[in-house]
Every structure is written in structure tokens, then in C-alpha cells.
Design a protein around this ligand. Structure first.
Ligand SMILES: Nc1ncnc2c1ncn2[C@@H]1O[C@H](COP(=O)(O)OP(=O)(O)OP(=O)(O)O)[C@@H](O)[C@H]1O
Ligand SMILES: [Mg+2]
Length: 229
């Protein structure tokens, strides 16, 4: 175990499907250039498919594992796996399960104890319900990690980005940086949107991920903050 605290961050996004997994995998590759033991964590996954070894796994978890240099048991890198691909609170209800934040935090701590860097991908957007009582924001607070926000560049993203940044900071969490994910190749005036985001988010731009016809997490061009190098 390392004698210093591992690097950790919580990756959220302006919405579901904005590129959090691709961005998180890219961040893992970037961190792996500086640190030996980097690992991704999909804290709450909704939607499972065969894992190729007779079991079930979530596709985000599999992608994060492929970008990690440290292999860990599934209960650590994906403590909550729900079968149905829908909002976690509903998926949990349908599965007769409950999503316990304390359980996820315990998994994170055990994971962090083995790692130099941990990238936690949240589910959906920042305020996604995890249960009747809690949201993804409560999980981010319980983990007490700096937050990285993925902005899916498309019409409407400016308000979503500003709302998400405000919600992060309103909880006393630090927005450690943001990532532009150019998911819509037909978006009008993307550079003007980028200029607004750069000016208003007041956090470093960690990566500007081009539209990729064949997404490749190794081709995401990160500039890591000094503290993560
Ligand atoms: N820069 C990009 N260029 C092209 N396609 C992209 C880009 N970023 C993401 N995608 C594609 O968009 C889809 C959604 O991306 P991704 O799964 O990373 O989103 P997400 O935010 O992690 O979603 P979820 O909320 O389900 O976890 C995927 O098919 C992914 O390959
Ligand atoms: Mg994802």
C-alpha cells in the first residue's frame, strides 16, 4: 500500500450518454502514464450483459477494467450491479434491492487502499436518483472526492453544464476540471459554445475529446492537473 493518499475523482456528466465512460477510460490511460496502479470504479451500474466468463457485468465496468492497470474483485470496482438499464432507483426497486451509499464508500476505501489512482464513474447525471432517499450527488459527497464533469457538447449543454457545476459547488465539492466530449458532429457553432464554457465554468479543461467515429479512449488528449501527475 502506498504511504500517501491515492488520487481519486468522481466523474459526473451533463446527462447520461455524454461520454463519461470514454472520458473516464481516457483519464485512466492518462493517469497510468504517471502512476503504476490505476483503477476505474463504476459505483452503481444499471444494465448487465454476459461478461464472457459465465457471469454478468455492466459494459461501463468492462470498459473501465480494460483501461485499468489494477485488477480487483467485482465487488470493489462495481459494488452495485442492477440488471435493468434504467434509473438506478427504479432498477433497484424492480430487483428488490437497495442501493446503500455506505456500502459503496466501503468498497471505494478498500479499492483505494490498493491503488495509486481511482476514477469513479457516476451513473447518469449528477442528481440521478439512487434510491428514494439519495442521489448521485449524495454519493459524491459521501466519497468526498473532487468532481470531474463531462460536458456532452450538443445543443442545450450550456445550461446543463452550468447547473451541474452549480450543484457540485453548492454541496461544497470541488470541480477539479471538466472535459468536452464532442458527441454531436453536426452541432452548430461548437467553438462558440466551448468559449462560453471555458469562460463560465472556472475550472480547468482536462481534455477536449473530438468526435470519434470509432471511440478510442487512448486518443483523448488529456492535460492532467499538476496534483495528479
Ligand atoms: N467523443 C465521442 N465521439 C463519438 N462518440 C462518442 C464520444 N463520446 C462518447 N461517444 C459515444 O456515445 C455513447 C455514450 O458514451 P458513454 O457510454 O461514454 O456515455 P456515458 O455518459 O458514460 O453514459 P452512461 O450515463 O450510460 O454511463 C457511446 O456509444 C460512446 O461510444
Ligand atoms: Mg457510462
Amino acid at each position: 500500500m502506498n504511504d500517501r493518499h491515492p488520487i481519486g475523482c468522481f466523474v459526473t456528466g451533463t446527462d447520461t450518454g455524454v461520454g463519461k465512460t470514454l472520458a473516464s477510460c481516457g483519464l485512466l490511460h492518462a493517469l497510468a502514464r504517471h502512476h503504476a496502479r490505476v483503477v476505474g470504479m463504476k459505483a452503481v451500474a444499471a444494465g448487465a450483459e454476459p461478461d464472457g466468463q459465465g457471469g454478468w457485468a455492466n459494459e461501463d465496468t468492462l470498459a473501465l477494467r480494460a483501461a485499468s492497470t489494477l485488477a480487483v474483485p467485482p465487488e470493489l470496482d462495481n459494488p452495485v450491479l442492477l440488471p435493468d438499464p434504467m434509473s438506478p432507483h427504479i432498477a433497484a426497486q424492480r430487483a428488490g434491492r437497495s442501493v446503500e451509499i455506505a456500502h459503496i464508500v466501503d468498497s471505494y476505501r478498500r479499492l483505494a487502499a490498493q491503488a495509486d489512482a481511482v476514477v469513479v464513474e457516476g451513473a447518469g447525471g449528477f442528481l440521478v436518483p439512487l434510491s428514494e432517499q439519495h442521489t448521485g450527488a449524495d454519493l459524491a459527497c459521501a466519497l468526498d472526492l473532487p468532481v470531474v464533469m463531462v460536458v456532452g457538447l450538443r445543443l442545450g449543454c450550456l445550461s446543463h453544464a452550468a447547473l451541474t457545476a452549480e450543484a457540485i459547488r453548492a454541496r461544497g465539492l470541488r470541480l477539479a476540471g471538466w472535459i468536452a466530449s464532442r458527441v454531436d458532429p453536426a452541432m452548430l457553432v461548437p467553438e462558440e459554445n466551448m468559449a462560453w464554457l471555458r469562460q463560465h465554468l472556472q475550472a480547468p479543461l482536462l481534455a477536449d475529446i473530438a468526435f470519434q467515429a470509432h471511440p478510442d479512449a487512448r486518443a483523448t488528449g488529456y492535460v492532467l492537473p499538476q496534483e495528479w501527475q
